[in-house]
Design a protein around this ligand. Structure first.
Ligand code: ATP
Ligand code: MG
Length: 583
């Protein structure tokens, strides 16, 4: 009888963001077009939070046949740099995404200026000569209406003239700003005559000395989206309250531009999702820059950094990072995700791609007393049991081996299933060995064990007559003293000792007279976040290239550091084999 096999239709749950995009497309909005943008400010390197934004901005565009442009949000000339632009591009490509165009908010400076002039003419904007303190005071509170500026109703001509002066280079920064004339009593604080332009008198790395007055984020972002043809402007939750203002500026831009399409079509739609937030990690480029500048870490790509280039150097793969982001999903509520969840996703990914090798990180010598001194046996080791296509490599076996110090105990309890007097273990890819009951090790004057002795049991290698011999002991790894090479191993621990550094730093700052920057961070930094060790590794590792994924068997996942050379091998520990966050 033939059993009936029912097709199981597996429906992948989609995020609320994707749901919106799908519905808009189904309704034929924007002429069935779909376009997004990823808008980083080039004031630092991208971090893991950005990977979450990248995954949805680029991911949805790809899935729905749209385009995602890379738009540099470069409206703060004092903090931005081309170094960052290049780094941002590198990281996005490494994650596996392709942008349509590379655009800059500064491409729109003239258009934004012209729009502002038009809005002044229409009585929708005015130059305010009050100080920022006065403006802040008049803002009111969410429950208390604000107060109109005395300059609010000044003649249009005056505002036009002063706006020109704001950009002349002769106006002192802070002396005046351009504000939108909206509603000082609106319950949404962003509507209380928001600032559109401020004077900076700084050259811009792209526009040079053309501009002295620069547009604010809120006055820039929506119009850039609109002019570019963005249909879905995906951002994070802190912008929810900005959305009405975003929409208003887009309305104004549409009207001034003579766009007679209905207001709800041919326009970008802002959608907000929850930021990525991880335990034991501090994000925000501003904070990461402090760690770099203060030398707490060795640059933006230090493997302890939560930057994309830091995770890359640490040995995380793009697939591992994206699979974690996929797991946590996109919601409308802020959350704090566990670092252990991230590591577990990365471990699952590395299990599939890492090449298995032997490395002894805390070596002690083991002598196989019944193996001839000049004899060498050569074994074939599988590179990756999870993927046969990865092939094999050769390893040498000889009389003197390095093993891990912790794999031997002189007065081992019965439950210690490694080496000790009378105990047996299997050497990975090789023989079963047994330590003698008496005189199984030698010590120096301090009592430190310097040599361990064991005998191999003949015919116990794979395929030999005694291969299936049952023993209680485990399989341990080893390298041949004569054939291995020395390597530098960098083991990383958490950079922050507290689960939520952002909150702890803020609290510390409050309690200590508002100390800022590195002073407020230092109490929470782990002084032992980097441990450098010498290890003995298989010679085959000299053939590995920077960023190759490795598993040091029984120890952890490691990656070849970009500065590693065959003469000086350097490995970074990506993650241990098991979760050790609970300790
Ligand atoms: P930072 O404070 O680290 O500089 P930002 O929010 O200012 O971050 P931008 O470079 O201005 O970063 O933002 C680029 C995009 O990345 C924005 O759409 C922003 O919302 C998003 N983004 C930034 N941080 C996160 C995060 N932790 N999780 C998800 N998206 C983020
Ligand atoms: Mg920022």
């Amino acid at each position: 009888m033939v059993e009936e096999v029912k097709d199981e239709v597996k429906v992948e749950p989609i995020s609320f963001v994707e749901e919106i995009v799908k519905n808009d497309l189904a309704e034929g909005k924007n002429g069935g077009r779909m376009q997004t943008r990823f808008p980083p400010e080039p004031n630092g390197y991208l971090h893991i939070g950005h990977a979450k934004a990248i995954a949805i901005d680029f991911g949805l565009a790809k899935k729905y046949g749209g385009v995602c442009n890379l738009r540099m949000d470069d409206t703060n000339p004092q903090k931005e740099d081309t170094e960052y632009v290049e780094a941002i591009k590198r990281d996005i490509e490494w994650l596996g995404f392709k942008w349509g165009d590379v655009l800059y908010a500064s491409d729109y400076f003239q258009q934004l200026w012209d729009l502002a002039v038009e809005l002044i003419k229409q009585g929708k904007a005015y130059v305010d000569e009050q100080t920022s303190e006065q403006i802040a005071q008049q803002k009111g509170t969410p429950t208390q209406p604000g107060v109109n500026s005395p300059y609010r109703d000044r003649p249009v001509e005056e505002s036009l003239r002063l706006f020109e002066e704001m950009n002349s280079g002769k106006m002192e920064p802070g002396k005046m700003v351009l504000r939108a004339k909206i509603d000082m009593a609106n319950p949404n604080m962003h509507f209380r005559d928001p600032i559109m332009y401020r004077v900076l008198n700084l050259p811009h790395w792209r526009t040079g000395n053309t501009w002295n007055a620069y547009p604010m984020y809120d006055y820039t972002h929506g119009q850039c989206d609109y002019w570019e043809g963005v249909t879905h402007s995906i951002c994070t939750l802190e912008f929810v309250s900005h959305r009405p203002l975003y929409d208003l500026f887009v309305d104004w831009a549409k009207q001034v531009g003579g766009d007679d399409q209905p207001l709800d079509d041919n326009r970008p739609r802002q959608i907000e999702f929850n930021k990525l937030n991880l335990t034991h990690i501090l994000l925000s480029k501003r904070n990461l820059l402090i760690l770099v500048k203060e030398g707490v870490v060795n640059g933006w790509d230090d493997p302890r950094m939560p930057t994309i280039c830091g995770f890359r150097r640490r040995g995380y793969s793009p697939e591992g990072i994206l699979s974690f982001i996929d797991k946590i999903g996109y919601t409308k509520f802020d959350a704090l995700n566990q670092m252990s969840l991230f590591e577990s996703a990365v471990r699952d990914d590395l299990n599939k791609r890492a090449q298995r090798v032997s490395a002894v990180v805390d070596p002690v010598k083991l002598i196989i007393t019944n193996f001839p001194e000049d004899k060498v046996e050569i074994y074939t080791a599988q590179n990756n049991p999870e993927n046969e296509a990865d092939g094999t490599h050769e390893i040498e076996f000889s009389r003197e081996l390095w093993i891990e110090r912790e794999d031997f105990m002189e007065d081992a309890p019965a439950k210690f299933f490694r080496l000790g007097p009378g105990k047996e273990v299997r050497l990975k890819n090789s023989y079963i060995i047994r330590c003698p009951q008496e005189n199984c090790c030698k010590k120096d004057a301090d009592g430190t064990i310097t040599e361990i002795y064991a005998e191999l049991i003949p015919e116990t290698k794979t395929g030999e007559s005694n291969a299936n011999m049952k023993i209680k002991g485990k399989t341990i790894h080893w390298v041949s003293c004569r054939h291995c090479i020395e390597a530098e191993v960098r083991n990383y621990d958490r950079l922050w000792m507290v689960e939520n550094p952002r909150d702890e730093i803020a609290k510390y700052s409050d309690e200590h007279g508002g100390v800022k920057g590195i002073e407020a961070m230092r109490p929470f930094l782990n002084p032992d976040s980097l441990e450098v060790r010498k290890a003995y590794v298989e010679k085959w590792l000299t053939t590995r290239k920077p960023l190759d994924y490795l598993q040091f068997q029984r120890i952890g996942y490691y990656n070849v550091d970009p500065e590693s050379t065959p003469d000086h091998l350097i490995f970074n520990r990506t993650v241990g084999l098991r979760d050790n966050w609970k300790k």
